[in-house]
Structure formats: C-alpha cells, structure tokens
Design a protein around this ligand. Structure first.
Ligand code: ATP
Length: 232
C-alpha cells in the first residue's frame, strides 16, 4: 500500500500556450490535511482536477491512493470524495434525495440525518437545490463528498463566500474528517483557514510551489504575511 494518499510530481497543466500549473510537486501523507494556498488563478483547481483524475497532466505524474487517477478513475471514485468549487449540484433534485442517493452507493455510509444535522442542513433536505443558498449548497456538496466515508477527500475552496457560522460549521466537519484519519486536500486563499485546518500547507503562485511546510513554519520562519489573507 502506498504511504502517501497523494503524490504530485512535476505536474504541468497547460491551456493553450499558458502553463496554469508549471512543474508542481508535493505529497499528502495518509491521514493528514494538506492545504493548497494561493491567490486567484494560481492553478489550485487545475491541480485538483489532475489529482481527481478528470484531466490528464500535460507533464509529470500523479498517484492518487497509489494509482494513476486518470487511467483508473472508475476504480478510484468509490474511495474518493470530491467537493467542487461553488457547490455544483443538480438544481431540481431535492437536497435529501441527493444525499440519500450518494449514501446508497456506499458500503458503509454516514447516517444522512446525522450528517445533515452536523452541517446545519436538516431544514434543507426536502427542498430542491435551486432553493438553497450559496452557503447551503456548498455544505450540501461537502456532505455529498463525505457521506460514503471516502479515504481521501478533495475540497475546492470549501468555505468561499460563506458567512462566519457556516464557515465554522464546515471547519468542524473537516476537523472530524482529520480525527477519523481521512486524508484531505483542500484549496483556499485564506491563510487563517489553512492554519486552522491543515497539517501541511503548500503555497502555489502562478502554477508553481513557492513554499511548503507546517502552518507554524510558514507564518514564522517563511514570514508569510498574515494580514493579506484571512478569514473572519
Ligand atoms: P481560483 O482561486 O480563482 O479558483 P485557481 O488557483 O483555482 O484560481 P485555476 O482555476 O486552476 O486557478 O486557474 C489557473 C489559471 O488557468 C488561470 O489563469 C485561469 O484563468 C486559467 N484557466 C483555468 N481553466 C482554464 C481553461 N479551461 N481554459 C483556459 N484557461 C484556464
């Protein structure tokens, strides 16, 4: 069994002539939370797509739970949870229907009502998704990602645009994942969020890894400016 949940080696992602990811390397050891921290357009989502197996890298190699995610996406999907940016879900399906559907695919799902309650979504379960707020949709997307008890979870800007309460609720669920030994890769542009949640932080800018280490290391030794990126 591979030691790392995820290994990213010299990955390149190009859109035409532009290298959105330009030789990024990092590893996520099993059972840890890694935050990809960077400004808009840094290449975080592009990196995530490669790690999730939705896109073949234009250079370099990725191993997700020990396998090539693009070549073996079908086999990998039941072991991986994916929360896309912005909480993309079907607008007409009811929140509770989706949650139960996703739970039905899993051998040992989390109890749907417990999870909805934990994420402050109990009141939304009978509503079509188009009647959920942006923050509720994001939390539903998180619930869908984790209801099957995946080994590895990808969270793309899980709290972007959320109010303080929803953000804290989301952080608590990510802390639950960590406590349960789930490996988590999340993207954020909030240093506070990375500090609070992550064991390891990888800072990306213009497609390159510019610093990596523990949150404490990055804020003290590497002198990352705390004031430029912060949550509520
Ligand atoms: P954000 O924080 O704004 O979500 P990000 O760090 O996730 O940004 P990406 O979405 O990976 O960054 O985008 C990296 C760069 O690649 C950006 O300059 C973006 O405009 C560009 N890009 C992303 N997707 C495409 C695409 N399909 N075609 C062309 N350019 C793209």
């Amino acid at each position: 069994m591979a030691l790392d949940a995820l290994s990213v080696d010299s990955v390149v992602v190009r859109y035409g002539n532009i290298a959105a990811v330009d030789g990024a390397s990092f590893a996520l050891p099993r059972g840890r939370v890694l935050a990809l921290l960077g400004p808009n357009g840094a290449g975080k989502t592009s990196l995530l797509r490669v790690c999730e197996g939705f896109r073949r890298p234009d250079g370099g190699r990725v191993a997700t739970l020990g396998v090539d995610p693009f070549a073996e996406r079908d086999r990998l999907m039941p072991r991986v949870g994916i929360m896309p940016q912005g909480g993309a879900v079907h607008p007409l399906a009811k929140a509770g229907e989706l949650l139960r559907l996703f739970a039905s695919y899993a051998a040992d799902p989390v109890d749907v009502d417990y999870l909805a309650d934990r994420l402050g979504l109990a009141h939304t379960l009978r509503r079509p998704c188009r009647r959920l707020s942006g923050g509720e949709l994001q939390r539903l997307a998180l619930a869908l990602a984790v209801v099957g008890r995946p080994e590895l979870v990808f969270l793309d800007e899980p709290t972007a645009g959320m109010d303080v309460e929803a953000r804290h609720t989301t952080w608590a669920v990510i802390a639950d994942l960590r406590a349960a030994g789930v490996s988590v890769l999340l993207t954020t542009h909030l240093l506070d969020e990375a500090e609070r949640l992550a064991d390891d932080v990888v800072i990306v800018d213009r497609g390159r890894v510019v610093a990596a280490g523990s949150p404490a290391h990055l804020t003290t030794t590497a002198g990352i400016d705390r004031l430029t990126v912060h949550a509520d």
